[in-house]
Design a protein around this ligand. Sequence first.
Ligand code: GLN
Length: 479
Amino acid sequence: MSAQQIASAVRSGRRSAADVLDEHLERIEAREPELHAFNLVMSGQARSAAAELDRRVAAGEDPGPLAGVPVALKDNLCTRGVPTTCSSRILEGWRPPYDATVVERVRDAGAVVVGKTNLDEFAMGSSTENSAFGPTRNPHDPSRVPGGSSGGSAAAVAAGFVPLALGSDTGGSIRQPAALCGVVGMKPTYGLVSRYGLVAFASSLDQIGPLAADVADAALLLEAIAGHDPADSTSLPGGAPPVSQALDGGVSGVRVGVLRELTEGIDPDVLKRMREAADALADAGAEVEEVSVPATVYGLSAYYLIAPAEASSNLARYDGVRYGLREPAPDVTTMYSRTRARGFGAEVKRRVMLGTYALSAGYYDAYYGQAQRVRTLIIQDFASAYERVDVLLAPTAPTTAFAVGAKAENPLAMYLSDVCTIPSNLAGHPAMSIPFGTGDDGLPVGVQVLAPALGEEAMFRVAGTLERAAPVPAPAAGP
Ligand code: GLN
């Protein structure tokens, strides 16, 4: 059952939230040991929440658009009194004193939070192998990675553990795992969804967004979480865009640009699906042309200066004083360094060192400053492209899901997984991955729709059309 169907059945009293929850908990019990999508399954709290919803429905209340829908949260979203680990040892034992705004909003919409999902430590990675608690596996083939860093959330949706999950996307961490797991994943416009209570990685890039089995469910979740929040100073004014209404709008007359630079270095079977997607849009009445956004080729390099620079600053707060782990030591300086040496994993340390270096006095302008100039170029090139087209089309990831361990020792190869997703983060634009058939290995392929800032409605129109046109139904791994 989709999230939409569950919500309407629970609201009308045709199904109880408790029953829906039990069905999902059974699925989790059956496959979670093999997949490790969750850091924590909150069965007890979820059961109480479902029982409370059922009481409200029985009393004639309407719990809201997500009534009784089980939702999983990436474990970098703060949950009051419930461990929030970022899949890092350094947060061991920490329980946030407050809920993230998105957590409050999904609960207010009637959703049942079932657990916290695994991620690459502090969302740094593309395979969920950088978790201090061990990797998550791809439900379509457990010898493969689910992508990352929201790999737990993507795997949970693909395995049918939950119809909806929240992830965060700094350079592709919602869209890339969505593509590799054969689900829908969407990064909203910067500022559309509050980050209050999202543990910060790179604040000028981070966004929270939905993962779902289909486009309509992704729209439902986006509508529940989007809209102004005074607690986040980067939050845009205004409410959620009415994306659910856009899905069936079709693409007649919509101008679609195939993003030329992001067709290079992509596996041929993945590229073939993207070209088929472009043809499907043309058949549905869109005007399709190839469009160049030249500076996107520098996106990866700029990102790996800007994101680590911001991370090195954001992660300075984990010093053994205020959060989680503290290693005993004879003096405070030794305590800091022992805590950070033991608490952080190798990739996080690499980013902190890269970022500190890029920001150091003698190199600031050559590295960080130069990366910011490239970022401006990317924004300008997108602006020119969007004078000609309404949306852009690109692959989401260069390959299908790769084997667990295949890139674990090669950071550069891992970084290249995000070459197609990073430009939208640098520009602050929305982008979305939609399952579109499979690669030569039979594993899911995702096609990416990019739009200008606040272009969510056009993006969902195109996404809806692509979903209807997908040549091979996205293989369902859940029971
Ligand atoms: N894979 C990219 C990185 O490691 C993006 C991660 C993300 O979006 N959180 O930084």
